[in-house]
Design a protein around this ligand. Structure first.
Ligand code: BGP
Length: 471
């Protein structure tokens, strides 16, 4: 018998404010870390992205037409608090009211993220995730949003992919402020993100709101390249760095002894200072983990690890030139690419089974978890526009989505409570470290005219959402 997704399952599309809104200087918006960083780099421009700031009505109408019944959007903190704290910009506040209103008019449920990589520059200047002032300001901004948009937003997400941020800000150097090899700062930032997330969850629950609140993690499934003890240990270290420190902190509300021993091993190997774990902070974490309504899983790829003891060397493939990615980390291990597995042009290994394995792990290892959404999954591809009258053929993306949807179906059949799925991305938009050539959308955007065109994958997704069966 054909598998059918449950009634009420969300078939969504995902976006993020800074990647789609454009209008980075409009209506009194304050500066965020990316504005300064990209200006200094001078290579890629976040304006006008796909001009969602002005074209959201059109995009939401497209959602309705294609049976997409949910959308992930994020609030750009600096539209509301241009300096991150203090003064409020009413035009920013009003914009999100209009956006949520339109979502509901079109029958598209908004899942709203408070922080999607776009820290206000004023708070970064005070130390970003490493500063208490930033953390306190984040709680205040969150409380403001809960109150202001109560009744309009039923699903809140505190932070999108803290792991991508901490890792790329302090180790890989591809996210502003672009530090390298600072494992101690990376873990300190992670520690602070887990803690501030917990404070926000607790504040939401204390105020008695009736909606749901969760967090979104980028989870990459990590496997040893061979059965050797060295490779197995490298996989364990990588898993702690990328996944487990966050999962323990947010889903168990406690860091296991084993997790902390691995964290210390990584930091020690880099000759840096182990972070402080405070018992009073763990009380806050546990309280939040018990009240967390859902966890969002972003899954794109898996990693295969080999033992490595040399110095760190990280080369980021931001061009789409296949085979240029290098990742060897001191105290962790080396990523390898098994020959039999396909990858995207940006060297992301395509391994759908990793989606199922990760969902099972989250559900089995973290018993407080009772609801999961796939909050991002999709394929970066160099889509080609071949004329107004031709449908853009993105068959490789359809294959990717289909294979991953099959794993979601398998997870649901195994009793794992997955309640929705969001394609990254709804429409083509700006990619943080890749610019505009790495397209993910169901809808093609001609960035010059800002016209939208449904790709073949959009029609495929429509059929899936309509029938609740995988076409
Ligand atoms: C996730 C982010 C998104 C998005 C996506 C694709 O990490 O939450 O914001 O960008 O990945 O990544 P990229 O644009 O680097 O290919």
């Amino acid at each position: 018998k054909e598998f059918k997704f449950p009634k009420g399952f969300y078939f969504g599309g995902a976006t993020a404010a800074y990647q789609c809104e454009g209008a980075t200087k409009e209506d009194g918006k304050g500066e965020v870390i990316w504005d300064k960083y990209l200006r200094e780099q001078g290579t890629i421009n976040p304006d006008p992205a796909c001009d969602f700031y002005h074209r959201y009505p059109e995009d939401l109408e497209l959602c309705k037409k294609f049976h997409i019944n949910a959308i992930r959007v994020s609030i750009d903190w600096a539209r509301i608090f241009p300096e991150g704290e203090g003064r409020i910009e009413p035009r920013g506040v009003e914009y999100y009211h209009k956006l949520f209103k339109k979502c509901h008019e079109e029958g598209v449920e908004p899942f709203v993220t408070l922080h999607h990589f776009d820290t206000p520059q004023a708070l970064q200047d005070k130390g970003g995730w490493l500063s208490q002032e930033m953390l306190d300001a984040f709680v205040e901004y969150a409380k403001f949003c809960f109150k202001e948009y109560a009744g309009e937003v039923r699903y809140w997400i505190t932070i999108n992919e803290p792991t991508s941020m901490a890792g790329q800000q302090y180790v890989g150097g591809t996210f502003p402020p672009a530090y390298k090899d600072q494992l101690d700062k990376c873990f300190k930032a992670e520690y602070n993100q887990n803690l501030v997330h917990a404070r926000i969850v607790n504040a939401y629950k204390e105020a008695g709101y009736t909606g749901q609140i969760g967090i979104v993690h980028a989870l990459q499934t990590v496997y040893p390249a061979t059965d050797s003890e060295g490779d197995k240990h490298a996989a364990e270290l990588k898993d702690v760095l990328e996944n487990k420190f966050y999962l323990d902190g947010t889903l168990a509300g406690k860091y296991s002894k084993h997790t902390l021993a691995l964290v210390k091993e990584i930091i020690d190997a880099n000759g840096q200072q182990m972070i402080d774990i405070k018992p009073e902070d763990e009380k806050v974490l546990l309280k939040a983990a018990k009240q967390l309504d859902f966890v969002g899983v972003n899954y794109y790829f898996s990693k295969f690890m080999k033992e490595y003891h040399g110095d760190t060397e990280i080369i980021h493939n931001g061009t789409g030139e296949k085979g240029t990615d290098v990742n060897r980390m001191k105290g962790v291990g080396e990523e390898i690419h098994p020959k039999d597995l396909p990858a995207t042009d940006w060297d992301w290994i395509i391994y759908p089974q990793g989606m199922y394995d990760q969902l099972k792990r989250v559900y089995d290892d973290y018993p407080l978890v009772h609801s999961i959404y796939i909050t991002e999954n999709g394929m970066g591809y160099k889509d080609k526009f071949e004329g107004e009258d031709k449908i853009i053929d993105d068959t490789p993306r359809i294959d990717y989505l289909k294979q991953h949807m099959e794993q979601v179906a398998k997870a649901i059949e195994a009793g794992i409570p997955v309640h929705g799925y969001f394609v990254w991305s709804l429409q083509d938009m700006f990619s943080w470290t890749n610019g505009y050539s790495k397209r993910y959308g169901l809808f093609y955007v001609d960035f010059k005219t800002q016209k939208r065109y449904a790709k073949k994958s959009a029609y495929w997704y429509k059929k899936l959402a309509e029938t609740r069966e995988i076409p």
